[in-house]
Ligand binder design. Structure first.
Ligand code: NDP
Length: 281
């Protein structure tokens, strides 16, 4: 990589930021396409977020990714939001265009692209169970509804949050078949049995000895069971789902495709997804 006076700068703002795979992924992609860009990690403390966002304009950066804990708090500092980011109330990508800062959210789109590319699944008309109602579940709910999911059920430990997300999706997607429920009981077991796609959007499974967030008794062949977690690569939920004959998918593809979408927003070029995948494997 040769840095010149023309090199465009992109990066990621988070706190902490030491764990991020994004610089590897994006710098490999810029290199593969011979683009004169560089991607850097920036540790941005919460009380410095406004200054950091203003620096995108001041330093004439191409754009940045935004990660925890800034995805919601960054919004007041932006000039414009895409419909998806506005609906979600969270931004993971900023484009600097003609002096304006435009906020996008590519998380949910990243998951839907991974379903299509890695699992060969079109969500249109599918019966989907989301487990969890936090930021990731919200992003997926919006993208899955946009992509034409037939029925979405949201199961969460805190039922009020599942209801809040279900109500929001119903308001935004008039007429969609959307339900909410708790994380246990016969009703959940029926919903699990009937789902085409089941997606763990909770943080349960991040620790290798975490038990699955739901009972796996009702899982069966013909279903796709997904976990947004990619480290460990196979959570106990995925292990048990596979033993029941279900297909499985972890969250690595979502990480790659949300990055690929950001890459395309900044550069206008098709992202070299295989290069990005190799860079973080
Ligand atoms: P949030 O903190 O916003 O939400 C966490 C969710 O997990 C909530 O629904 C919460 O339920 C639930 N939860 C946490 N602990 C428990 C528990 N002990 N029992 C039951 N439910 C629990 O996190 P995010 O939505 O941002 O992230 C969720 C997961 O998705 C994480 O594992 C994260 O690593 C992963 N992720 C992966 C991405 C990828 O690119 N592959 C991208 C983004 C996230 P409650 O509401 O009751 O607290």
């Amino acid at each position: 990589m040769i840095i010149s006076g023309q090199t465009k700068v992109a990066g990621i703002f988070g706190y902490p930021i030491g764990h991020t795979y994004s610089p590897k992924m994006h710098n490999a992609a810029f290199g593969q396409l011979g683009l004169d860009y560089i991607y850097l990690p920036f540790q941005v403390a919460p009380d410095k977020l406004g200054q950091a966002v203003e620096s995108i304009r001041a330093l004439n950066m191409a754009g940045v990714n935004i990660t925890v804990p800034h995805k919601q708090k960054v919004i007041p500092f932006l000039d414009e939001l895409t419909e998806e980011a506005g609906l979600l109330g969270a931004v993971n990508t900023i484009l600097h265009k003609d002096g304006r800062l435009i906020g996008y959210n590519t998380d949910g789109r990243g998951f839907v692209s991974s379903l299509e590319a890695d699992a060969g699944i079109d969500v249109c008309g599918k019966n989907i169970l989301l487990i969890g109602a936090g930021g990731a579940a919200q992003a997926l709910g919006i993208s899955l509804a946009t992509a034409g999911a037939g029925c979405i059920s949201i199961a969460n430990r805190t039922i009020s949050k599942a209801k809040e997300l279900a109500d929001r999706l119903k308001r935004a997607y008039n007429g969609s078949d959307i339900h909410y429920l708790g994380l246990s009981g016969k009703h959940l077991s029926d919903v699990i049995g009937q789902a085409d796609i089941i997606i763990n959007c909770t943080s349960i499974g991040l620790k290798a000895d975490d038990n699955p967030p739901i009972s796996t008794d009702a899982l069966h062949a013909g279903q796709l069971v997904c976990d947004l977690i990619y480290n460990p690569a196979k959570t106990k939920l995925l292990e048990q789902a596979q033993l029941k004959g279900a297909s499985i998918l972890n969250g690595l593809g979502m990480l790659i495709y949300q990055g690929a979408a950001a890459f395309e927003i900044w550069t206008g070029k098709k992202a070299p997804v295989d290069t990005m995948r190799h860079a973080i494997m």
